[in-house]
Design a protein around this ligand. Structure first.
Ligand code: NDP
Ligand code: MG
Length: 358
């Protein structure tokens, strides 16, 4: 049988490198191309392991990326680049591929409507990589009562609330469950990551906000649950290793990846989110119905997190900056990707102004 060809957007990152690891272990798939952004050393290393593979730095114009992918036409495109940039690349990739294996959450959060229309008109499949969404994807049925996605609580989950404002980047970057890129690790501690994930789930499964619950689940074993009408709850559990959902996003609907570890647990706990500890999460309610506001929400967080990592603002300033941007921004509902981009740029400009960091 012909091997399925794979392109990775963002191969030098956390999801990207784990995707390469999975591809080495799976039969039936062939890496044909990858992109990186600035880590040319790691890109060269990947290239030396896969000499026939083509690579491109995305520090170029989007049109160059489109030329690159239109020439490769991969069966599967793994989208492992972060932020709004990841959405733009995913959007551009759609006409030239058969399946998007999507790690980037901003694609659905900021551009869900546009992305889904383009997927449909090009008859392209979407399989989520984000672990909670992969879990729900495996459990979902037509008629559901509600879904649950779990959260680790982030690196500061046990810090006294009054001390949170003193947290340093080095404190926040020690994630208790997952090993991930810096931005998403900070977003786990503020619960911004879960805010994105709730909106990602709304788009992916066509579920209203009210039917999605989030629980802090310390053990990191259960990733998602689906509550059915007859009182049954289907629960997805696995060891916390992104290679499992990455592999499934390639092999789906088959499972051929062998991962010998099973989760080791003696009890499973689920706690409600604290508004005081995670104020950023609770801003979802004010942005969830507008793609322009969701885009602004995301852009403001990107700038605020960067300012925090550069020690320009404190940890508890992150939600304040995002809230200020949402108060100040004046955007119409976007009718096109270009208009979304304007909301993204305007929110960045405001967040830069507020943080005085860029
Ligand atoms: P990393 O920061 O580890 O990696 C990002 C990758 O994208 C790198 O290859 C980087 O290139 C490239 N990149 C950076 N900036 C840009 C840009 N502006 N345009 C194009 N490519 C760029 O991130 P993660 O792997 O942690 O996350 C990637 C995406 O997956 C995010 O959207 C995240 O939310 C999502 N995700 C991640 C999970 C995880 O476990 N890490 C879990 C679920 C979802 P270079 O390094 O060469 O500069
Ligand atoms: Mg996740």
């Amino acid at each position: 049988m012909e091997k399925k060809t794979v392109l990775i957007i963002g191969a030098t990152g956390s999801i990207g490198t784990q995707s390469i690891d999975v591809l080495k272990k799976l039969d039936g798939f062939k890496l044909v191309g990858f992109t990186y952004h600035s880590n040319s050393d790691l890109a060269m290393k990947i290239k030396s392991e896969f000499p026939d593979v083509e690579m491109l730095s995305t520090r170029t114009e989007l049109d160059e990326f489109e030329d690159f992918i239109s020439h490769l036409r991969p069966d599967i495109t793994i989208v492992a680049a972060p932020g709004f940039a990841g959405f733009e690349l995913a959007y551009r990739a759609i006409p030239y591929t058969r399946r998007l294996s999507l790690a980037n959450k901003e694609s659905l959060v900021c551009g869900g409507k546009f992305l889904k229309e383009r997927l449909k008109s090009n008859d392209v499949e979407l399989v989520p990589i984000d672990s909670e969404h992969s879990a729900v994807f495996q459990l979902i049925e037509d008629e559901i009562e509600r879904i649950v996605i779990t959260a680790s609580g982030g690196a500061l989950r046990d810090w006294p609330i009054e001390k949170l404002r003193f947290a340093k980047p080095s404190d926040v970057l020690k994630h208790p469950v997952w090993s991930m890129g810096k931005k998403i690790t900070v977003d786990s501690a503020t619960m911004f990551n879960k805010a994105l994930e709730v909106m990602e789930a709304m788009e992916l499964f066509d579920i209203p906000f009210e039917k999605i619950d989030v629980y802090v689940h310390r053990e990191g074993v259960v990733h998602g649950m689906v509550f059915l009408k007859d009182g049954t709850v289907k629960i997805h559990a696995s060891v916390a290793d992104m290679r499992i959902p990455i592999a499934l996003s390639l092999t789906y609907p088959e499972r051929s990846y062998e991962f010998p570890k099973f989760p080791n647990f003696s009890s499973l706990t689920f706690e409600k989110l604290s508004r005081e500890r995670y104020p950023l999460f609770f801003l979802v309610d004010s942005v969830k119905d507008s793609y322009s506001l969701k885009t602004a929400f995301n852009a403001a967080d990107e700038i605020a997190v960067q300012a925090f990592l550069n020690e320009k603002i404190g940890f508890m300033d992150i939600p304040k900056v995002v809230e200020r941007v949402l108060e100040k921004i004046d955007v119409e509902e976007a009718e096109s990707v270009e208009e979304l981009k304007k909301a993204d740029e305007e929110a960045r400009r405001l967040a830069c102004e507020i943080t005085k960091s860029c």
